[in-house]
Structures are given as C-alpha cells and as structure tokens.
Design a protein around this ligand. Sequence first.
Ligand code: CDP
Length: 246
Amino acid sequence: MSMESDIKFIDENGLRIDGRRPDELRHIKIEAGVLENADGSAYVEFGKNKVLAAVYGPRECHPRHLQNPSKAIIQCKYNMMTFSVSDRKRPGPDRRSVEISKIISEALESVVQTELFPRASIDVYMEILQANAGTRCAGLVAASVALADAGVPMKDIIPAIAVGKADGKLLLDLNKEEDNYGQADVPMAIIPKTGEVVLLQMDGHMTQEEFETALDMGIKACYEIYELQKDALKRRYAVETPEVEE
Ligand code: CDP
C-alpha cells in the first residue's frame, strides 16, 4: 500500500489488470465438509486464494485458565503455509497472523451462540494454501461455513470481502497487485440477517464519500457471497431420494 508505483490499474476500456470490471468479484468457489477428521470443514477459493478451514468443538477448553464459566470461547488460528506466497513465508505465528486470528475470532463471536457452551472452546483453524490478497476475508468465509458444517449453533453465517482503491478508482475484491501497490484496502464482514458490520479495517486513504461508496459495494457483494456459502452447505447436506420403482 505504501509503495507508489507506475502500474496502470485500469486500462482504456475501464478494465482491471486481471480483466475484471471495478465492481466485479473474482471467481469464488466454496465447498463444505472436505475433511474427514475435523468436526466441520470448508475449502474456499477467491480467485487465486486457496483456504482450508477446520473446526473442532465445542470441546473442553485448554489451557484451562482461558475457560469462561458463562460461555464458550472461540480460538482462531490463521496460518499461512510457507509456500502460500512468492517469497517463502517463515513458518509460525507473526504479528500479522495474530491480528488476523483476533479479528476473525471477534467477528465469529457475534454469531456463534457461545452462551450454550459454558467453559468450552470452539477451535477454528484457517490454513492459507495460496495467497493473493483478501485472505482474511476468504479465511472468515471458510471459517463460517466450517462452523455451520460442524453443527455449531449460530445466528447466521458471515460473508466477507475487501474493497479498495487504485488509480483513484474504487475496486471490489482487490487482487495482490491492487492490494500491494494501490491506495487503500478496506476488508469488511457483515451479519446478513441484520446488516450489522462485524469486521471493518482500513489500510491507506479514502475520502469519506469514497469510504461510504466502498461500504455499499462491499455489503452488496457480501450478500452474493452469503448465497454461495448457503449453496455450499445445501450441496453438502442434500439428501438424494432414491428412485422408487413402480
Ligand atoms: O490477505 P489479506 O489481504 O487479508 O492481508 P494483507 O496483509 O493485506 O496481505 C495482502 C497480501 O499480501 C496477501 O494476501 C499475500 O498475497 C501478500 N503477503 C505476502 O506475500 N507475504 C506475507 N508475509 C503477507 C502477505
């Protein structure tokens, strides 16, 4: 974001480096229940981003001193694989992954009915297999579907997306070049049933008017992603009725 560049983000036809229109999402793929040994799981692609989420619990909380006698805690772990970025990512937690784990956990706490499971822990692991900007949003989308797949009681599932700015224009769902060399990046997530915003960050600069338009663009896209999340869960749990012979 901080680096100024000579890259032209919008061509003479108004299209982006990857051929998208400014308000166009990357291709999104969501699959629920992809892992045998987790209580719930999901695989998500946002363009070149590839994320796997796994959920365990509600189960006994370890370490025990973290237990809350009135509700379950949600322990999230966002992790980038060493091969997920072009320069090898040093394994293990860093400031960025701790921050992303925290904001995702806070977003999920707004929908998971944690009060039903006092003293328990719900553990959510997000592994970034391939990163191309927007991995916190893809991670949260995957985590929500994995929690639903695990049968964890929730008020809603959470969609998320980033809106940013490059060449002075607002762009939906930034790719890596737009994120790294553009002017702003605003990831967000909502509870679709209420419209409540449960994650909102901003890196870079926007005018207030741009920010309001960016929010509108992102929220609209969140409702589209919400449909894809529900479709993935329906596909996972669709029961095929056997044909009855006459
Ligand atoms: O992924 P997200 O946009 O949520 O977070 P970011 O901190 O804005 O990172 C943007 C992108 O930079 C990531 O998705 C990766 O593609 C890239 N990145 C990287 O190449 N190496 C890192 N250590 C961290 C991020």
